[in-house]
Design a protein around this ligand. Structure first.
Ligand code: GDP
Ligand code: MG
Length: 282
């Protein structure tokens, strides 16, 4: 049987390490990424005769290279042939937590969402319809309480099921970034595709978005890769000027706003999320 590599991801303090320990038990190794002090934990477990390799990637809020953790997180995803990401979500803070999930979806990496801290969710009187959420996002969603090990079998089962599916079922999510950004984003994406510019590593639209978000790491790699990097950087300046003129803002801020807009449009669908305060008016 072929092996499966699963990355456990999530915001800091979402319960990632607790879940990692619950799943792998004593079968784990702790080290550092080469040359840096970011901790690296790996472990393994067996599921239906398959060896599943689990990597605990650094806790992050984003996948843009603003911090060492973010750079490490995405390098692991792309360089280590991760078959599926399990994103541990603090379900008491769904909107904020889904921001990272959306970025995995934009990267087009197979994904399972684990709604963790479900004990706290219940205590707070929040009701989450995880089935509806999963259908709307088109991602398997499981409910967990890492502290008790609840749901760890569901994570394992869904991760293996997702890893078995063929790649074409995981088309990168494409959010609209509004009339100022979308046309230039489409133009940049087209150029990147035509030149096969770093597309062996990332989806073309994702690369374009990283340019617009001012991701220095991707731009540095781009300058090494081909001359279209300069043209892309010029297009970014055009977008920056537009955003400045029309919103007195920056492309990365507008991109973040639209990601939250997408998340809220999902969470506002009927029956997805009912908070205690809303319930009084029902
Ligand atoms: P990490 O930063 O994502 O690795 O988070 P940790 O695994 O260190 O957990 C952060 C805190 O949340 C710890 O105090 C955990 O005991 C707690 N925690 C983790 N999972 C749960 C859960 O499902 N319910 C509750 N109530 N607490 C949890
Ligand atoms: Mg941790």
């Amino acid at each position: 049987a072929e092996n499966i590599t699963v990355a456990l991801a999530g915001n800091p303090n979402c319960g990632k390490t607790t879940m990692f320990n619950a799943i792998t038990g004593a079968h784990q190794r702790v080290g550092n990424y080469p040359g840096i002090t970011v901790e690296r934990k790996e472990g393994s477990y067996r599921h239906n005769g398959k060896e599943v390799h689990l990597i605990d990637i650094p806790g992050t809020y984003s996948l843009t290279a603003y911090s060492l953790e973010e750079v490490v997180a995405r390098e692991v995803l792309v360089d280590e042939k991760v078959d599926v990401v399990v994103d541990i979500i603090d379900a008491t803070a769904l909107e904020r937590s889904l921001y990272l999930a959306v970025q995995f979806m934009e990267l087009g990496i197979p994904l399972v969402l684990a709604l963790n801290m479900m004990d706290e969710v219940k205590k707070k009187g929040i009701r989450i319809n995880s089935k509806s959420l999963g259908e709307l996002l088109q991602v398997p969603v499981v409910e967990t309480v890492a502290r008790k090990g609840d749901g760890k079998e569901d994570i394992v089962r869904e991760a293996v099921a997702v890893a078995r599916k063929s790649g074409h079922e995981w088309k990168p999510l494409e959010i609209s970034y509004g009339p100022d950004i979308d046309p230039i984003l489409a133009g940049m994406t087209h150029m990147i595709e035509a030149a096969n510019f770093m597309t062996e590593r990332y989806p073309a639209r994702w690369i374009a978005l990283k340019y617009l978000e001012g991701d220095e790491k991707i731009m540095a790699a781009g300058r090494q890769t081909g001359s279209i990097s300069r043209k892309l950087e010029e297009m970014v300046i055009t977008v920056e000027e537009l955003c400045q003129k029309n919103f007195n803002s920056y492309p990365e801020a507008i991109i973040a706003d639209h990601r939250y807009g997408f998340i809220n449009s999902v969470l506002r669908q009927p029956n997805v999320l009912v908070t205690a305060s809303h319930e009084r008016f029902d």
